[in-house]
Design a protein around this ligand. Sequence first.
Ligand SMILES: CCCCCCCC/C=C\CCCCCCCC(=O)N[C@@H](CCC(N)=O)C(=O)O
Ligand SMILES: [Zn+2]
Ligand SMILES: [Zn+2]
Length: 492
Amino acid sequence: TVPRSKGLRDAEHQRASRIPSQFSQEERVAMKESLKGAIQIPTVSFNPGEFNTTALAEFGEYMHKVFPTVFRTSFIQHEVVGEYSHLFTVQGSDPSLQPYMLLAHIDVVPAPDQGWEVPPFSGLERDGFIYGRGTLDNKNSVMAILQALELLLIRNYIPRRSFFIALGHDEEIVAPGSISAGVRGTWGSEDLSPPPGKGCPARLHVDEGSFILDGFIPSLKKPFAMVSVSEKGSLDLMMEVNMTPGHSSAPPKETSIGILAAAVSRLEQTPMPNMFGSGPLKMTLQQLANEFSFPANVIFNNLWLFWPLVSRLMERDDITNALVRTTTAVTMFNAGIKVNVIPPVAQATVNFRIHPAQTVQEVLKLAKDIVVDDRVQFHVLEAFEPLPVSPFDDQALGYQLIRQTIQSVFPEINIVAPGICIAQTDSRHYTNLTTGIYRFNPLYLQPQDFSGIHGINERISVQAFETQVKFLFEFIQNADTEQRPVSHLHEL
Ligand SMILES: CCCCCCCC/C=C\CCCCCCCC(=O)N[C@@H](CCC(N)=O)C(=O)O
Ligand SMILES: [Zn+2]
Ligand SMILES: [Zn+2]
């Protein structure tokens, strides 16, 4: 008999053992209640080393409670890393298949009650939405990943391809990241080659960092899925002015506050150069070109001619502006000790998000050239370069797995395009592990929803969360493909 081709056997195997992503009403109610419970635990991270450790510990116990099958399955190893991060190793039946990693984070940014329609840690459901800090960034992913795995295990699923689930507790802190440090600790130090029996380090990461984008570009009526294949760099710059304090009844021409305020104002009034045309954005727009209505479709199909117009139009909106340049955000200003004392010191912190066409050093020099005042001292608090672009061609197995799952779970979406994450994610800590780092949250995002991320009234629809669980339920099974990276195939 003629042996079946591996591909055919693989497809047949996939179909034969496929578990349909259909959930009972009881399971659907349980999953949304589990998310609500997660939101109610205030796992806030404030500054390096400043976390709500009580809440983080409570969250660890909560996961055991709502996902019992995950924790009692023999081929799943659970490790606590850095006291409050969690690393799950799900051992597949075919150790020859390179594993992948699903990333999410447990911690959330603070959320003062002010402006919220419901208390930010209530997890209340209103009009089909679950409200709360972390519903989009990023407890939805934490809970969806574990929920999908729990539902698969209940249905006697055994993965063929191993995978890791890394749930960090300090993603919102701009710092080395405990879970990635913990992964290094688990798998070995620098080269991240694991000790024997630990399996290969992951070759594909899926993390937060993009969505199915709906309504972000005028004249693009249809939503499209943008998979972030890179992310911007970041520079946290503290500027400081020191002066001799004194009695405010005889003030100098300029105080430290006045000098620094003028410097900060110059930075705000002098945007960094528009870098449109370099980086993933142009690829994103070229893939979208035919989705635009006339005359936009002509413009986006001829960016060689119309790029000056497009780059100017993208500057008008804060979010698309973030795609074409390094952004400058003055986020902190501290000065003054008393109303009748000349302030001895003024400090301001500026958060730059660096466009992939620039480097930390270039931005630092540009900032100094804009400030042009030797009385202003520059202190770099934290900085990292824009990330490399992950492969997204037809041979990039990781990207294609995501695309395949998007098309099966969101059949109405006919464009999946590579893009760049305008924010940062923990995935940057894994660049020495793999080139296959992708950022995608399988849910629709509209501009008004984006304002909830780190803002007020962050919320996710019950339907969107259920679909996110479905996506992961499908993705984990899709990853069981036997396809292996061969010479012309990128590693996972
Ligand atoms: C051409 C199409 C238009 C594209 C519009 C993009 C819309 C925005 C989409 C996604 C943005 C991602 C936001 C979610 C991820 C945020 C992750 C986060 O908050 N990270 C923090 C932590 C930083 C760190 N760990 O160092 C941050 O970025 O500050
Ligand atoms: Zn996040
Ligand atoms: Zn965040």
